[in-house]
Design a protein around this ligand. Structure first.
Ligand SMILES: *Cc1c(COP(=O)(O)O)cnc(C)c1O
Length: 380
């Protein structure tokens, strides 16, 4: 089997060999060893957000969207109304979920290049008392944007509403401290900044909020309340747990600790980001976002204008050199993305930049400079 490529994507990501090795034994789902491992994973997930005293961790089988859907479906009751702050595909996905659940929902939309609008949030909550819940995306992976989560949490708390966070691509890398940042629930998954393998998501939720959510969920499998009650009662999962994925996540969480927790991991990712931006700018590639809005998670680059630049060929040539990048997801302009997360370090990032430089030469592309923005389109 060929060596694993370096995944410069938003997940699944490059994992450590020790994380992959943790999957080499089988676990009985009712086994005492597995029950202990599962409890340890749940404790460690809470610790990542300093939420041991305020929240419980409820794991959910599936990819990250399953956890987001379980969070929204269980916590927003049929009588509630959800306000979603959306500046990308993942905000839109929460609106789609609410609509599938038949829940009343509204949106504050900002263009993909702008952060969530906190002043507008303040006005809407003041004027619309029927809004019960607010949802936002901590790092909007569509662009790599860091949304102003601290200010959002402050406004939502001041208005006495419930804040639900999609922290999928931020959890483990952008600090979020439940002791100072009020939120009712947060959803994330194993295979992003926690550097586990895909297959399990989880929701950190206040137990008193979950308690009141009994019977809300429009889904049997994605009922967070029932999942939690069953797990508390027996230590076991209601339905077949992703045993190997949890064993890998357990190892990944130990490695997060060994790296110095969120602060240590953030430091490595910021250095990855710095090397990537510096290297790409030297080739005249242009990131979509200004540096102050850019999270050290994934960078969106505008598509080069040179007609010899063909993204399909660029992607394939990088793949052949051992690097997997990611297509863009912007609605308005062509772009591609390069991630900074996963078990990759400065040396990997330098090799990635060098591979990109070689690839441009192979394609006869002199510069990564994008076409100028159309007149008047300084802000999208
Ligand atoms: C990855 C991601 C998700 C979940 O995506 P899945 O493909 O279901 O794992 C949700 N929200 C954000 C912000 C993400 O980055």
């Amino acid at each position: 089997m060929a060596d694993s490529p370096i995944l410069l994507t938003p997940g699944p990501l490059t994992t450590s060999e020790t994380v992959r090795r943790a999957m080499l034994r089988d676990w009985g789902s009712r086994d005492r060893d597995f029950i202990e491992l599962n409890a340890s994973v749940r404790r460690r997930l809470l610790a990542v957000a300093h939420a041991e005293a305020s929240h419980v961790a409820v794991p959910m089988q599936g990819s990250g969207t399953f956890a987001v859907e379980a969070m929204l479906g269980t916590l927003v009751p049929a009588s509630g109304k959800l306000l979603v702050l959306s500046n990308g595909a993942y905000g839109e996905r929460m609106l789609t979920i609410a609509s599938r659940h038949g829940r009343r929902a509204a949106a504050i939309r900002n263009p993909e290049r702008e952060p969530n609008d906190v002043e507008e949030l303040d006005r809407r909550l003041a004027g619309e008392p029927d809004i019960t819940h607010v949802a936002t995306v901590h790092c909007e992976t569509t662009t790599g944007m860091r949304n102003p989560i601290e200010r959002i949490a402050e406004v939502v708390a001041r208005h006495g509403r419930s804040l639900l966070i999609d922290a999928m691509s931020a959890f483990g890398a952008l600090s979020l401290d439940a002791r100072s940042l009020p939120f009712d629930a947060l959803a994330a998954s194993s295979n992003k900044c926690l550097e586990g393998v895909p297959g399990v998501g989880f929701v950190l939720v206040r137990p008193e909020v979950l308690e009141k959510a009994r019977g809300n969920a429009p889904s049997l499998a994605l009922d967070l309340h029932d999942q939690h009650v069953a797990m508390e009662a027996t230590g076991q999962w209601r339905f077949t747990p992703p045993t190997h994925v949890l064993a890998a996540l357990h190892q990944a969480l130990r490695e997060l600790d060994a790296e110095g927790g969120v602060a240590g991991r953030a430091k490595r990712y910021r250095e990855n980001l710095r090397i990537l931006l510096e290297g790409m700018r030297a080739m005249e590639f242009e990131p979509l976002l200004p540096d102050d809005l850019q999270a050290p998670i994934i960078v969106t680059f505008r598509m080069p204008a040179d007609p010899r630049f063909d993204f399909g060929s660029f992607y394939d040539r990088l793949h052949d050199k051992g690097f997997v990048i990611y297509p863009g997801k912007l609605t308005r302009e062509p772009s591609f993305r390069i991630g900074c997360i996963g078990r990759i370090d400065a040396a990997d990032m330098r090799r990635a930049v060098a591979a990109i430089r070689t690839t441009l030469q192979e394609m006869g592309v002199a510069s990564g400079r994008p076409a100028p923005r159309p007149q008047g389109e300084t802000v999208s």
